[in-house]
Design a protein. Structure first.
Length: 71
């Protein structure tokens, strides 16, 4: 998938979170923690999340389908 902002190829990975933070991991983490090269996207009180998606680190854009939860 290409970035809707800059048009470059986006990196595929996993949007994962726990009750305290949300991150985009390049490798899916079983325990929903920020993995190597992961990007922390939010901190604060959240609900657990685990989705496949794409990221453009340059533009700060993440694209994911909220109906494709990986549970
Ligand atoms: Zn971009």
């Amino acid at each position: 998938m290409n970035c809707p902002e800059c048009g470059k190829e986006m990196t595929e990975g996993f949007l994962q979170g726990n009750t305290n933070s949300l991150f985009f991991n390049m490798q899916r983490q079983k325990s929903a923690v920020c993995g190597e090269n992961g990007v922390c996207m939010a901190q604060g009180r959240l609900r657990p999340a685990d989705f496949g998606g794409f990221i453009c680190k340059e533009c700060g854009i993440v694209v994911f389908q909220y109906k494709n939860s990986l549970r």
